[in-house]
Every structure is written in structure tokens, then in C-alpha cells.
Ligand binder design. Sequence first.
Ligand SMILES: Cc1cc2nc3c(=O)[nH]c(=O)nc-3n(C[C@H](O)[C@H](O)[C@H](O)COP(=O)(O)O)c2cc1C
Length: 186
Amino acid sequence: MPLQETILERRTMRDYGSEPLDDATIRDLIRAARQGPGTAPPHRWACTVIRDAAALARISREAKAHMLASLRTSPHSAHYQSLLGDPAFDIFYRAPVLLVISATTRSPWNVEDCTIAAENLMLAASEAGLGACWIGFAQGFIGTAEGKAALGVPADWVPVAPIIVGRADNAALPLQRKPPELCWIG
Ligand SMILES: Cc1cc2nc3c(=O)[nH]c(=O)nc-3n(C[C@H](O)[C@H](O)[C@H](O)COP(=O)(O)O)c2cc1C
């Protein structure tokens, strides 16, 4: 599929079948992530692949508890409190795999490097007919010492981008976005 079509048709997916993703498919996605631009020396990130359903369920539970505790101080939290307080809500939507892109060194561009990799990965997933979703709900917990231990990553890594991937049960329609505000100089 031409790149422009993949970009225009990509949508976040939250409805996954139970079919697992094989190693080769996951490696292809990570290879696409690796092709993104990065600050020098490039590619100071690593990808953790979690397919174990019990580990995913445990991280979901702990991430919800972590977020609920931090939301208590936020005035806009009613919706999130009811969602995250629901024991049946799985922040990973029962996807078969979670890929976490973590910066492996301290750098002012950790977020940029890992986010570019994540976008390449999500586009590659879309192009391969897979669904993907960035799970911001996981970010608070996986940045803690307990979260890094749950991922099995060293304490000095910085987990940035938690992305679930799987075979989507329903195809979402392409979204028409409002045109961006443009400012031309020259
Ligand atoms: C940084 C970031 C965090 C996100 N966190 C979540 C999340 O925790 N749960 C979720 O269902 N979607 C999450 N999303 C997906 C957005 O909700 C989604 O991209 C947005 O609604 C636009 O829809 P589209 O990707 O289909 O165009 C996140 C997206 C980004 C970029």
C-alpha cells in the first residue's frame, strides 16, 4: 500500500481477536521502528515484547491503581475514575501483545527518539493489516521502579511508548481531521 494511503487510513484499534502474533510479525514491526530517524548516536532505545496474558493482566491492574491514585488530585477525573475503577476494564483491550519502547540512556531526546520509533511501528502495523494503540494509561506505572521490574527492564531505562498490537476484529473508518492551522512565511 502506498505510504500516503497507510497514513490516511491508519486508525487506533481497541477490539482484538484472540489470535496470537508470531515472532516474525513482531520482528518486522520492530524493524520498521528501527528505521526512524534518531538523535546521534541513534537508536538509544530497546523494545520489550510482552505476550504473557497473566503479565499483561497484572500490569493493567497495577497501572489502573497507579493512575487512580494520581487522579485523586485532578479536577477532571470523574470519567477516568469510573473507567479505571472498573475491575473488568483492561487497559490493553485483551490485545495479544504489548510492545514497550524504552530509552536505554539518559538523553534530552528520549521522548522524541522513542515516539518516532513508535509511530513507524504503528504505521507498519496498519500497513500489515494489524491494529495498534498507544496506551498512555500504562505510562505512569511503567515509569516506576515496580513498573520497570514488571517489564523486566533495568532501573535506569525510561519506558516511553507502550503500544498494543493485534488482529483487529473490526475495521475503523478513516477519520477526516479538521485542516491544520497553517502559518506561511514566504
Ligand atoms: C500519547 C498517547 C496516549 C494514548 N493513550 C491511550 C490510552 O491509554 N487508551 C486508548 O484507548 N487510547 C489511547 N491513545 C489513542 C488515542 O485515543 C487516539 O489516537 C485518538 O483517539 C485518535 O484516534 P486515531 O488514532 O484512530 O486517529 C493514545 C494516543 C496517544 C498519542
